[in-house]
Write a protein that binds this ligand. Sequence first.
Ligand code: AMP
Length: 194
Amino acid sequence: MLNIVLFGPPGAGKGTQSQKLIEEFQLTHISTGDLFRKHLGEGTELGKRAQAFMDEGRLVPDQLVIDMVDEKLQAENNSHGIIFDGFPRTITQAKALDDLLNQKNTPITGMIALSVPDEELINRIVERGKTSGRVDDQDEAKIATRLQVYKSETLPVANYYEAQERYESIDGVGSIDDIYDRIKEALQKLQEKN
Ligand code: AMP
């Protein structure tokens, strides 16, 4: 069973690469950003509570995120495994994820981090904003906030996995296929460590 955390700043290509991993390894995709956008679109109570944070590019409070993932995991029984995309984004979330997966006896195989320079990220997000319809992709100040929040609140999550030798970082610049090849090499290394 493969439980992978695909990690990286906004615009790093997590969504694109997740799709390729899902197809090849028949994994379930849990993207907290996608789940929140679904709640927003459906006008649920959770969507309403998350909206202001999302619109400003700030993190939704941990407990809301953790409860949403918990619910998703309860309903999940794909024996191939799960890709977590955009989650965990804080140490609190990372610890909660370990607890939730321990209950299911299916620990995280490891984290694969995509490394991309800020300038490239900003270009990619602005480009995506032309078609994504996401308000948080269309405003340079919001993009800057998201990158700032990533550095201050989310980057420490990489140390959490690194300290447990469940971490690989790869260069996230290049063609989609080249980056995917690097991801598969990283995956191999993580599996050897397990
Ligand atoms: P994303 O699509 O992953 O870039 O997420 C879009 C927005 O959803 C983020 O800027 C946050 O406001 C919110 N969000 C998504 N995942 C999380 C998370 N794990 N923790 C807190 N907020 C999140």
